[in-house]
Write a protein that binds this ligand. Structure first.
Ligand SMILES: C[S@@+](CC[C@H](N)C(=O)[O-])C[C@H]1O[C@@H](n2cnc3c(N)ncnc32)[C@H](O)[C@@H]1O
Ligand SMILES: [Zn+2]
Length: 334
């Protein structure tokens, strides 16, 4: 945690100022590596562990995500993956490449694939996640220049420990559908925007008639209770075996492609757009299967709900459409 951030963060419980109670280690870049923060008003305390202030308890509903992003900490980084993240970020936010001098808030950063893209704009980025995926997020920002502009913390979207009206831009990708109360999660973000600035989110699109037949929703009630390590082992084996079977089927002349479609693990490769080796594709698909089956909450939404929520939050609707990951909603505070 940056030493000076003690003056920026506030108590998630009562929103009062914070102070250092203990500073156990501090490195030469003015990072507090371990320590304890306390609220000046309600005396709640928050530990700093591995350089990250933790404003939530360790046990929470997002622990499967902590496991996921530590296990697959590099799967969505580097080369093609960075390109894929950048294309999605640009298409969804429509923000310019240069945001130097601006303050961005990222809600639900996971392992931080979009954090890196946001930092590349030159902005100062505050990112948080409910799970200890933040540890993967910390390790994934490697360059010192980016680290200097990155402020990472573990917190809950419902109780963000930062001042209202602090940010020029806020984004939240892949998160809202995994929150217990999606509307409340969305509405919790808007107060942190400065006036005339933008909040961009995405969320799974609900299609009730289709969703009830989706394999994922048929299987989730059973698998979401599994211990993450067991589910990970199960997904790894399933993907590896079914991928090999699907590849073999695809090679049968004439009918092969048709038969291989019966195995519901998506495309065998992503060419001509992107090339991945077979081990890479298996890893990507294992992550994707784990990500579908493990979250405690998976609640797709309707566009009409977002329209109401955006209006309720007093946001001007810049764009409300379907795009990457389902619904894409861009709003501006008037
Ligand atoms: C599917 S991951 C997306 C991560 C990242 N945005 C990405 O697209 O790579 C969803 C993330 O939302 C986080 N999350 C879920 N509920 C949250 C909450 N109440 N507050 C903050 N983060 C939350 C999870 O811990 C998880 O890392
Ligand atoms: Zn307090």
């Amino acid at each position: 945690m940056k030493y000076s951030d003690i003056n920026v963060f506030c108590c998630p419980e009562c929103r009062s100022s914070l102070r250092f109670l203990e500073i156990n280690q501090q490195d030469k870049n003015s990072e507090v590596l371990e320590g304890l923060i306390s609220c000046v008003n309600c005396n709640s305390t928050y530990p700093i562990i591995k350089s990250i202030p933790r404003f939530v308890s360790r046990d929470n509903y997002a622990s499967s995500f902590g496991y996921q992003w530590k296990k697959f900490s590099r799967t969505q980084f580097g080369g093609n993956q960075k390109q894929i993240a950048k294309v999605r970020f640009d298409a969804t936010t429509k923000w310019p490449d240069n945001l130097k001098g601006q303050l961005i808030l990222e809600a639900g950063c996971g392992a931080g694939r979009f954090t890196e893209i946001a930092l590349d704009t030159g902005a100062e980025v505050y990112s948080f996640d409910l799970s200890d995926a933040v540890e993967a997020g910390m390790a994934n920002i490697k360059s010192l220049e980016l680290k200097m502009r990155h402020h990472l913390f573990q917190a809950d979207i419902y109780k963000i420990p930062l001042p209202y009206e602090m940010f020029d831009k806020i984004f939240c990708f892949g998160v809202l559908q995994h929150c217990p109360d999606v509307k409340k999660a969305y509405l919790s973000l808007a107060p942190f925007l400065k006036r005339e600035r933008e909040l961009v989110v995405d969320c799974y699109l609900g299609q009730p008639l289709k969703d009830i037949f989706k394999l994922k929703y048929l299987l989730r009630p059973f698998f979401k209770w599994w211990r993450p390590s067991w589910l990970f082992a199960f997904c790894s084996i399933m993907i590896s075996v079914t991928y090999d079977i699907k590849s073999s089927f695809a090679k049968i002349p004439m009918v092969g492609k048709l038969i291989s479609r019966l195995i519901p693990i998506g495309r065998l490769n992503y060419e001509p757009d992107y090339y991945f080796s077979v081990p890479e594709i298996k890893e990507i698909k294992t992550l994707s299967m784990f990500d579908m089956l493990s979250p405690k909450y998976d609640q797709p939404q309707r566009i009409s709900s977002f329209r109401l929520w955006m209006q309720g939050a007093g946001l001007e609707i810049l764009e409300l459409t379907t795009g990457y990951n389902g619904i894409n909603a861009r709003g501006r505070r008037p």
